[in-house]
Design a protein around this ligand. Structure first.
Ligand code: ACO
Length: 316
């Protein structure tokens, strides 16, 4: 039996893409009865990027993937996973098409649907594939066109949703730079976030989710730190699902992370579901806001009701 698997994986590069079109809160208040003041105070969101007919989950995922590959200096990968809940096709997978578009057509490829925590699930699976020796390099993408599934007459959801993509390249490493992933789901919240009906539209029980996020999410994020065998003192960057600033800020406080670099991209990008963590992280990385090698806590949560996270070192 072959047992030559590497001991871990490492992040080699990051990339992102956002559609050019933006909608401000004032733009949204032309569509439904709301206001810039309500949206900013309840969610922190100031504007969001939304797809036009030229943008698809595939085009956004491909653009983010190309940027991540260039950042990593990697030509081809042998595994591609795309986390998304809003792909246009059931088959072929978006991952297979991205693999083709970026010149890795022979790679293993599949999509992963775990809503807003999909990227962290995909990263965990890619890390395990590398640890197990099934892949040497992997491209992990979160990409969503959530506004295509938005009810633009429902003010409780249309102020939140947005579109975009984020990607990372992972490679085999002698030491683990991606920790053991923690993942799970929350009993009683299975139906709290949905994209269904005819037409299929995004709905959620915002108050129930908010209650879970303010009472239990910090404990689940602490589980991630414990699985990585680190404490909050060892962490430099906090990158949580960008659902609402009113969730991110209390979560940071509950973890004692006020002195950390906190990703708050929701303010300018809205809620992009599975794309939100890699998108916010990559934007900050390419602005030069994040130190090389910075130890980073990733934590996503959403439909399912699922959560997942891991501790990663940013590229050295
Ligand atoms: N503008 C003005 N008023 C509004 C708006 C709006 N856009 N939306 C709702 N309201 C009103 C409601 O009608 C309600 O009025 P009422 O008291 O007269 O009935 C009032 O504001 C309060 O409504 P709530 O739903 O209690 O508002 P809340 O403060 O909870 O904020 C929000 C709603 C922003 C959705 C919040 O609950 C939230 O962020 N929840 C978490 C969502 C989340 O994290 N989802 C993550 C998983 S899903 C995903 O990421 C894709």
């Amino acid at each position: 039996m072959k047992t030559s698997a590497p001991r871990g994986s490492a992040l080699l590069g990051l990339g992102h893409f956002q559609p050019e079109k933006t909608l401000t809160n004032d733009d949204i208040s032309q569509l439904v009865e709301t206001s810039d003041e309500w949206i900013r105070t309840r969610t922190g969101i100031r504007e969001r990027h939304v797809v036009t007919e030229d943008d698809t989950v595939l085009s956004m995922a491909t653009a983010a993937a190309r940027m991540a590959l260039a950042d990593a200096g990697v030509g081809t990968v042998d595994l591609v996973i795309v986390a998304s809940t809003t792909t246009t096709h059931r088959s072929p997978s978006t991952a297979a098409r991205v693999a083709f578009e970026v010149g890795s057509a022979g790679a293993g490829a599949f999509d992963m649907n775990s809503a807003c925590s999909g990227f962290e699930y995909a990263l965990g699976v890619a890390d395990q594939a590398i640890r197990a020796g099934s892949a040497e390099t992997a491209l992990v993408v979160g990409a969503e066109a959530l506004t295509r599934f938005t009810d633009w007459t429902d003010r409780s959801t249309c102020v939140l949703t947005a579109d975009g993509a984020g990607a990372v390249v992972l490679g085999a490493a002698e030491e683990p730079h991606v920790s053991t992933s923690v993942w799970g789901s929350v009993p009683g919240l299975t139906e709290a976030v949905r994209i269904d009906g005819d037409p299929q539209l995004f709905t959620q029980d915002g108050r129930k989710i908010m209650r879970w996020a303010l009472t239990e999410a910090a404990d689940r994020a602490r589980d991630v730190l414990a699985a990585a065998d680190v404490s909050i003192d060892d962490i430099e960057v906090l990158a949580f699902h960008q659902a609402n600033l009113r969730i991110i800020e209390p979560l940071v406080s509950a973890l004692g992370g006020e002195d950390k670099i906190v990703i708050t991209d929701v303010e300018l990008s809205g809620n992009t579901s599975a794309a939100s963590v890699p998108l916010g992280l990559s934007k900050a990385w390419h602005r030069g806001d994040l130190p090389r090698g910075a130890r980073t806590l990733l934590f996503g949560f959403g439909g399912g009701f699922s959560y997942a996270g891991q501790v990663v070192d940013l590229p050295a």
